[in-house]
Ligand binder design. Structure first.
Ligand SMILES: [Zn+2]
Ligand SMILES: [Zn+2]
Length: 412
């Protein structure tokens, strides 16, 4: 029952106890890769890009590894090659970059999290959090879970099925949080990557509050296909069943880059700047950002910015921050308590979501201050906004800028 109140609490806080001076919006990306795993650039180059491009926080999340210990790699034979090294050396200089030639082999040392954090982070304006993309699989299906603000590396836990594998990894994260006292959270990555995760696999997860509704990597199938639901539709299926059937907390949606390619910017490359979160928090610390996200005080974006999100007296509203010459369409999407639940959850494609009353469009607006008045029988309502403006470097050609606000429900 705890979560029944958390969003209500968030909006009560936003509306009353927090004045504009107490909280503000911070922009961040919680999913990206470096040369520590399969990214093609050095961590401090990546962090510097985010710091220079309007972000306030970043978590570099390499596959099954933390940036720690002494690690030397071949200077040319790596994902970034000589080009990445030349740019790195030019930017940071010989006083910072450690490189040598041993028996004819040119090598460069990857800086640790502690080192690049000390170099790039700026208190109050740019935060770096340690992270890992816990990269597991079940029968070849990729099951990836990010761990934001992790303290100790967690190896993939394995499991007897897709859902069980996710749960075991989530449990390992929660156990570390409990043992260390350090705030951290798991989030499920790209559920449609490899069509690995069915909505049914995520419905009954315990201790998981977040998944990626938008991921900028070109291989992750955000929009589904003829046979598969989009991540937005999956989100509605999950929350309909979590709230309506299992009495579990809402699942919240993140936007991330999942960048791997930092040198060639194009559709088809996995680049920076495509998906992010905006978090309304009191200060730029891991604790403050995590607490705000856990109370639902954030949204996902690929370009559209909003503020003044509020839920009061059955009316849910917010304000779009407009750009000149750009128009915006908002859809209020939700599921009512009387939706048709179906036991055949295991087959994603058997879920005709619209006919079942899941993720219905309950309202639409072209206004800059859209609002939705609850009828009272909604399990939740969420807002999705699409701009008329095209993304400059989209995940797929022709993509328009969007924002995904978190589902909200009436407090009882
Ligand atoms: Zn992944
Ligand atoms: Zn990734």
């Amino acid at each position: 029952m705890k979560t029944k109140f958390f969003l209500t609490i968030a909006f009560v806080l936003a509306a009353s106890t927090l004045s504009a001076e107490d909280a503000r919006w911070w922009k961040g990306n919680l999913h990206t890769h470096s040369l520590w795993s399969d990214g093609d650039d050095y961590p401090e180059m990546i962090a510097n890009w985010y710091r220079s491009n309007g972000y306030h926080f970043l978590a570099i999340s390499d596959h099954n590894v933390l940036a720690e210990g002494e690690r030397w790699i071949h200077r040319e034979k790596n994902a970034g090659g000589q080009r990445a090294f030349d740019k790195y050396l030019k930017h940071f200089g010989d006083g910072w970059v450690e490189h040598k030639v041993v028996k004819g082999v040119p090598q460069v040392r990857l800086k640790t999290f502690a080192e690049y954090k000390a170099k790039i982070a700026v208190p109050g304006s740019f935060l770096l959090m340690q992270s890992e993309e816990l990269s597991d699989q079940f029968q070849g299906k990729p099951i990836h879970i990010n761990v934001t603000n992790i303290k100790k590396q967690i190896p993939p836990q394995g499991g007897a099925g897709v859902a069980a594998t996710m749960q075991k990894n989530i449990d390992a994260v929660l156990a570390q949080r409990k043992a260390t006292g350090q705030p951290m959270f798991p989030h499920i990555n790209h559920p449609n990557f490899g069509w690995a995760i069915q909505p049914a696999d995520m419905i009954q997860l315990r201790g998981e509050q977040f998944f990626e509704v938008y991921n900028g990597h070109p291989a992750v199938n955000n929009y589904g296909d003829k046979e598969h639901l989009s991540t937005g539709q999956i989100w509605d299926v999950i929350n309909a069943y979590r709230l309506g059937v299992h009495k579990l907390p809402l699942l919240l949606g993140l936007g991330t880059d999942d960048a791997h390619n930092y040198h060639d910017l194009a559709v088809g490359q996995s680049n920076t700047g495509r998906g992010w979160v905006m978090v309304r928090a009191e200060s730029l610390t891991p604790e403050s950002i995590i607490v705000a996200m856990e109370r639902g005080d954030f949204y996902a974006s690929s370009g559209v910015a909003v503020d003044d999100i509020r839920l009061a007296k059955g009316k849910y509203s917010f304000r779009i921050q407009p750009e000149k010459g750009v128009t915006y369409t908002t859809w209020f999407i939700g599921t009512r308590k009387n939706f048709k639940s179906n036991n055949d959850l295991a087959k994603r494609n058997s879920l005709k979501t619209a006919q079942a009353g899941i993720g219905e469009i309950l309202g639409q607006s072209q206004l800059l201050e859209p609002s939705y008045t609850f009828d009272g029988d909604e399990l939740y309502v969420r807002a999705e906004i699409m701009s008329s403006k095209k993304m400059t470097n989209p995940y797929v050609a022709g993509e328009q800028e969007r924002a995904w606000l978190q589902p909200v429900r009436l407090g009882k």
